[in-house]
Design a protein around this ligand. Sequence first.
Ligand code: CA
Ligand code: CA
Ligand code: CA
Ligand code: CA
Length: 591
Amino acid sequence: MLTALMLTAPQAQADVVGPSTAPQVRVVTYNLCGSGGTYGCDPSEEANDVRYQKIMDETSVTGWGADHVSLVEVCKYQFDQLQARLGPTFAGHYVSTAQTRSGLCTDPTNAGNPANRDYGMAVFVRGAESERTVIELDTAEAINAQLGITDPAESVTEDIRVPCLKTLTSSGSTWACSVHLYWGTPGSLGKYVMDEEAALLARQARLWEGEGTPVILAGDFNASPWTTVLSHLYEPALGENAAGGFIEADETDADYFNGHLPGAGDCPSSTLRCRRGEITFLAKGKPASEQKKIDYVFFGSKFFRNAVGDALADVPNPHAGKWVSDHVPVRGAAEWICGPSDVTDSSVLRRGAKGVLFSHALQSAEAPGTTDFTLGKECRVGVGWNGIQLVARQGSNLMAIDTEGALWRYRRAVDGTYSGGNRDDLGKGFTGLNLLLAPGDFDGDANSTPDLIGRDNNGVLWLYKGVGTAYPSREQIGTNWNIYGTLVAPGDFTGDNKPDLLGIDATGNLFLYRGTGTPGYYIQRADIGDKWNVYNTLTAPGDVNGDDKPDLVGRDTTGALWFYAGTGTSPYYAPRRPIADGNLPAGQLLL
Ligand SMILES: [Ca+2]
Ligand SMILES: [Ca+2]
Ligand SMILES: [Ca+2]
Ligand SMILES: [Ca+2]
């Protein structure tokens, strides 16, 4: 039999969703089945340990590194115990959906304490929250009224509430919400209850995204992908009357397009996206035909692309005859949408906590010379930058010293990224330094390889003269430079075409060192400002506002960014202006 090799239009593919290859915005959702007493789930201390450990594994930065964790069917005591394990790296938000139900949510380590029996929903986000809210989708009373339930024994006792946290961690700002819709049976009246809940959820998400804040929704939606419930979320391009604004993490996984979900029709073989996906609900103790995909990770499609997702393996329980959950944990990942204008010579570069290098353009609708900017959305332009010890930007290139003391020049690719496949080896032995600057031609020899300045741990300043394509020697050009907590090379700050240096000392004074381009290399410092220690980072991204004069950007202790237009003459910079939406997490390298 002959096999035809076809190289044609893009085809849907099975996705490989691993920590090393998946896009950088990471989510995990898990229906913990934490209450106990229902469906054979095990609420023992040992089973709880397994639940917590699974979440710890999924949030570890050496593993999946989830930025956002949605937990469904979680007891308050479980939330508290998990928050304690996650520590201050994660902000958590728990909401009660059913209080003190007999037999449910008894903490096995503190049985008999009725205050522990609260049951509900939770969301965790990496980093600090900036805002929290609850989307009230339904109440038990309203569900009972809508379904005509009057018998107290039959009545619904749980409200449908969605905890959301707004965070700065993985973008300028994102809402992360944990969802659990009513558990009505599709085809019954329950479906309409869920329809209305999903519509309300989608409406709130549209409002937020209309204001410019991306939304990620993850959780147990209690309905199959092709149902009217999910039509409120999937994008119209996926058909089946979809009318939403979200990409679902598993909608591109061709392994699950056809024949995997009981009751689902097949998607056309030519399609790239399909309202199907891997099974997430295992229907334990029931026929396999009741297994479904009802857990989802949705990314707002205005802000995210290239979403992928996987249902993880069943989490084994240490006790026979019961299970940790009747659901499996579900991963989703996506990346920010970026275009060519998002990565420029004057973009602000940021190294995130996981070593990802991000670029944020400073955007303005105004003519050159403006001082009013907004911070562009986060674009991932590199990975593995936690293996770099020192880095300085030199135009569109990044000069980097790795932990072995090797110097590399990373060239920016056409797509705006920096990678090991596009770098030049500039030599070894760059050790013992605590700062690297790329000032330009500091010695005035007009060599085509710009010079570098390094500061060693004793505060000695060294000039590495660019010669040919390397730095064959260095010359000591100063001592006691460790009095500067911040030192930047803005280019020519004084308008004489010779590059200069700026330093902020411990008292917050800003000092200018005018470059001379001749031996001696700079003249006596001039004090050109005070209170500059309000900034935990000062960066000189180049000429941001198009007047050919280099500018400065400072990040204050609240994470807000400020713009200083360079003027080229005393007093050298114009009054600062806030950069709109310019909030970035502290403690991460800015360039
Ligand atoms: Ca998948
Ligand atoms: Ca030079
Ligand atoms: Ca100058
Ligand atoms: Ca400028």
